[in-house]
Design a protein around this ligand. Structure first.
Ligand SMILES: Nc1nc2c(c(=O)[nH]1)N[C@H]1C(S)=C(S)[C@@H](COP(=O)(O)O)O[C@H]1N2
Ligand SMILES: [Mo]
Length: 394
């Protein structure tokens, strides 16, 4: 068991792992040109810092995460369920119009209108539900993400509450906030089968914003421009890109992505609406360096940690595979309960191979388990043991 884990772990640390994964899923023809390994719609990303799993899935390299407080857009992962819309939709950003339903006065509002209502900035982790999937022992379908389907992002936009208020407030019987993605659905395909439409409990509205800016710049199309629903503390899938409709609804979206996908269930069991949906994220951390080799003497062990929906209490680091732990030091400012915090521990490492692990504890009292139980789709992995790295010091 232990050996399998180690083999799996090493496999994802070697430099060529990304290329191998891309080959395994079959890179679509035309996904890359000869000078640039990146798909066209994200050709502006930094090819050195990302692993291209497929045309629709890019992962940030673990080493690139380093001790970055904010993830630059050029490094941030990409996860598309459908091909991204044409960049025509960001030609005139302020003219982008969304439909608003389930309010006293249903209607439409443009991004330009929203900019006159209110503005707020929130820093939060964007993380795919399947981040850490590669570390499960069972076979999982879906992108074999290691740690890089996550980033810490500064979002600016209008609070969802302000938009709802401007439309006369919530209609009777609203239980969910439902956002619909702006991808075109090919003719003849029932929209329920592929359309990205997610419903989150109304409580999520307290912190939700409709963002037009990311890291201080107009929101790139690839990350959901002109307008994205951002639900701090919630898994990536709930952060609907190119938002074209926002509705307060009595029930959850009838679409597959809500009803049966993103449901946590035992291995071998099909998804159904009675199972927990991937909503709130959990406390998690991982080492980002050193990853393979280090010289003897003083070493800075660094990584990133998040509290899920709570402030962080502490991060502990182990250099002996979890037999003993010492508290690490946070690096840089605390940007709130939904943001991640880089951490560092300076220590001496003797010659030999060391298993470096990190374990975060949040102020709500929750901390990372040693092992997170397997589930059919490999969601939500925050077990500290499989996120550890073996480093050889010589
Ligand atoms: N419209 C739309 N929104 C979407 C998706 C999508 O395919 N279409 N993918 C979701 C998933 S599963 C994730 S993890 C995040 C990825 O965001 P990113 O591509 O900006 O990193 O967006 C979410 N929002
Ligand atoms: Mo995702």
């Amino acid at each position: 068991m232990k050996m399998i884990e180690n083999v799996k772990r090493r496999h994802f640390l070697i430099g060529s792992a990304g290329t191998m994964a891309a080959a395994a899923v079959g890179m679509p023809a035309g996904a890359q040109d000869s000078d640039n390994p990146l798909p066209d719609y994200v050709s502006w990303k930094d090819a050195e810092d990302v692993i291209v799993h497929s045309k629709q899935t890019l992962e940030t390299k673990r080493a690139a995460q380093g001790s970055e407080l904010i993830t630059p857009s050029t490094e941030l992962y990409i996860r598309n369920n459908l091909p991204a819309p044409s960049d025509d939709i960001v030609a005139n950003r302020d003219a982008w119009e969304i439909e608003i339903d389930g309010v006293a006065n249903p209607g439409t509002m443009t991004v330009g209108d929203m900019k006159t209502l209110a503005v707020e900035t929130v820093v939060c982790v964007l993380q795919c539900s399947g981040n850490g999937r590669a570390f499960f022992d069972h076979e999982t379908s879906g992108t074999q993400w290691s740690v890089g389907a996550a980033g810490n992002v500064v979002w600016t936009g209008v609070p969802v509450r302000a938009v709802i208020d401007a439309m006369g407030g919530a209609a009777e019987g609203a239980n969910f906030l439902t956002g619909t993605g702006g991808e075109e659905i090919p003719e003849g395909v029932p929209k329920e089968t592929i359309q990205v439409e997610r419903s989150v409990p109304m409580a999520a509205m307290d912190h939700a914003i409709l963002a037009w800016e990311m890291n201080g710049e107009p929101l790139p199309l690839a990350h959901g421009g002109p307008l994205r629903l951002v639900i701090p503390g919630y898994y990536g899938v709930n952060n609907v890109k190119y938002l074209k409709r926002l509705a307060l609804t009595e029930g959850e979206s009838p679409n597959k992505i809500q009803q049966t996908s993103y449901r946590v269930r035992p291995v071998g069991v099909k998804g159904d609406p009675s199972q927990p949906s991937m909503y709130e994220m959990s406390v998690k951390s991982w080492i980002t360096g050193p990853l393979m080799d280090a010289a003897t003497g003083k070493v800075q062990i660094h990584g990133v940690a998040m509290g899920g929906v709570s402030d962080l209490e502490k991060v502990e680091v182990s250099i002996d595979g979890g037999q003993s732990w010492a508290e690490a030091q946070f690096l840089g400012p605390d940007l709130g309960p939904y943001a991640w915090r880089p951490f560092v521990m300076i220590t001496d490492l003797a010659e030999g191979t060391h298993t470096l692990a990190s374990r975060a504890t949040a102020k709500d009292g929750l901390s990372q388990p040693e092992t997170f139980p397997p589930n059919e789709r490999g969601y939500g992995n925050n077990g500290w043991r499989v996120h550890a790295v073996d480093v050889t010091v010589s």
